[in-house]
Design a protein around this ligand. Structure first.
Ligand SMILES: [Zn+2]
Length: 48
């Protein structure tokens, strides 16, 4: 799952065009950077 680095939202759209794809978020963010959020594994801290 991809998350917006600005609003942490998951409503990310991949815009194809140009050399590389860009992501666009509903909050207005546009750019190549998104947070890859593995399902469930967001922050796993603590003893193992
Ligand atoms: Zn956003």
């Amino acid at each position: 799952m991809k998350r917006c680095p600005v609003c942490k939202g998951t409503d990310i759209t991949l815009m194809i065009g140009g050399i590389t794809g860009k992501f666009q978020c509903r909050c207005g963010y546009q750019g190549p950077l998104v947070i890859e959020d593995e399902k469930g594994v967001y922050k796993k801290k603590g003893h193992h």
